[in-house]
Design a protein around this ligand. Structure first.
Ligand SMILES: Nc1nc2c(ncn2[C@@H]2O[C@H](COP(=O)(O)OP(=O)(O)O)[C@@H](O)[C@H]2O)c(=O)[nH]1
Ligand SMILES: [Mg+2]
Length: 444
């Protein structure tokens, strides 16, 4: 279920697009200025609701991209079938008419899909910040825009070369010359497309990759497990999930990430694993860690932070303490529960704990953390089920608070949207849910 803000925004922007396309008039300087102002207001409104997180799901709406060889072969076939305008009895005139029309058709058949991609692939700026991070993590910084830009360059090239050769065809003096000019034009366009069409195939790969990304639902409260690698996060996701958690594969992760669901009194929650965080600076973090930070930064998540004080997870307790303090400070506004995991190992006589580190340099804070974790942490063992019931009830309590948070956030989004709408209305750009561009352009 989408929230009201989502629907309102969607309806508005669709209507806007339709009006823009429907009421195109060659613009005077003044008109262009007004039009730009409208666009800027729309862009700001879009960008601000984007920041607010009301519109994930862009990847699922990406258009199907046709492989470049298929675009080319279908365009060649369609262009060949174009006949000259009826009623031209002069052979030379008829043939040059045919040649120009066929070349024009070929150019359009090649350029139209490319234009569709330019128009339907979302501008990265307008993506939900979480999806924007995924685009960067998956495709590399700047690559998405680069490929889209190159596809558009190809469209421009096809258009200009097509027009140039169609004009040459239209000037042919004889049937033979028309045929030769047509063949030369077709060859040229075919050559360009064969050489540079690979960029369309790159776009196809991009669309496939992004479409395969796990879908997040911003309306469902989500519990996000965070901690160093091997501290027991996935094991906790399994015991907290009702039903079997799915494995989500983000394209840049080597391991799948568990995504489970918790149901309680008709309310559904999501619980998700994140790849572990290591003790290092942001610049040194790998994509798996960046994904964790993107989830925490951009999705309305409640945190279940897992601490393994046994010393057997591979990250020392003191390093875990450093990571914890940094993350806790960075995401202090999140609802939060701390868990000390693998507590069965603490009950054994000689746990692996404390064996690996020199504790003589511990300050009081670290010494305390080493023994019991952060204040209020729940001790849990997946092996012996110790603390599991307490954990479940605390998690449900927290997720119920998260429901309220999301509702408050949604109503503030709604208010903001209404404010933007009212401001556009007062400026005369909006009329009962649609942007009135005619009015804005003064051309009604
Ligand atoms: N003794 C013990 N081992 C555990 C417990 N929870 C997890 N483990 C083990 O710790 C290792 C890492 O667990 P996993 O859930 O994959 O950690 P993640 O990398 O944080 O997701 C696995 O070998 C688990 O079997 C626990 O409560 N007790
Ligand atoms: Mg795991």
């Amino acid at each position: 279920m989408y929230s009201m803000p989502y629907f309102c925004k969607h309806i508005q922007s669709t209507a806007y697009d339709a009006v823009v396309r429907g009421s195109y008039v060659p613009a005077s300087v003044e008109e262009t200025k007004v039009k730009d102002e409208v666009k800027e207001k729309e862009r700001k409104s879009k960008a601000s609701s984007s920041e607010k997180g009301t519109n994930v799901g862009a990847f699922q709406k990406l258009p199907m991209v046709i492989p470049s060889v298929d675009i080319l072969s279908s365009a060649l076939k369609k262009a060949k079938r174009v006949s000259p305008t009826q009623g031209i009895s002069n052979i030379a005139k008829r043939e040059r008419n045919r040649a120009a029309k066929q070349l024009d058709a070929l150019m359009k058949e090649l350029a139209v899909p490319l234009r569709t991609y330019r128009e339907t692939f979302p501008n990265k700026r307008f993506l939900h910040p979480y999806e924007r991070s995924l685009v960067e993590l998956t495709l590399g910084e700047g690559n998405y825009e680069y490929v889209l830009g190159k596809v558009d360059d190809l469209r421009k090239k096809v258009n200009s070369v097509g027009k140039e050769h169609a004009a040459i065809c239209a000037k042919s003096m004889t049937k033979r010359e028309a045929e030769e000019n047509l063949a030369a034009g077709v060859n040229k366009l075919e050559g360009i497309f064969q050489q540079e069409g690979k960029i369309v195939d790159e776009l196809l790969t991009i669309a496939k990759t992004l479409r395969a990304m796990p879908v997040v639902d911003l309306e469902t409260p989500t519990l996000c497990l965070v901690g160093a690698p091997n501290v027991g996060k996935s094991s906790l996701v399994r015991i907290l999930s009702t039903g079997k958690p799915e494995i989500c594969n983000y394209p840049f992760t080597t391991r799948g990430i568990l995504m489970g669901h918790i149901s309680f009194s008709y309310q559904n929650f999501q619980v998700t694993d994140t790849p572990g965080l290591l003790c290092r600076s942001d610049e040194e973090r790998n994509n798996l860690e960046k994904l964790t930070l993107a989830v925490l930064t951009h999705l309305p998540t409640a945190v279940l932070y897992v601490h393994d004080l046994t010393g057997e997870c591979g990250t020392s307790v003191s390093d875990q303490f450093v990571i914890y303090k940094e993350i806790k400070e960075r995401f202090s506004d999140h609802l939060w529960i701390d868990v000390v995991s693998k507590y069965d190992l603490f009950q054994e006589k000689t746990p692996v704990i404390f064996a690996t580190e020199d504790q003589s340099k511990d300050d009081d804070e670290l010494a305390k953390y080493r023994k019991e974790g952060p204040d209020g942490a729940i001790r849990v063992s997946v092996k012996s089920s110790l603390g599991v019931d307490e954990l479940k009830s605390r998690v449900l309590e927290m997720l119920t608070s998260q429901v309220n948070r999301i509702q408050v956030q949604n109503s503030s989004d709604q208010e903001q949207l209404e404010e933007t709408h009212t401001s556009l209305l007062l400026d005369g750009f909006v009329d009962s849910g649609t942007v009135n561009l005619d009015c804005a352009l003064g051309s009604s």
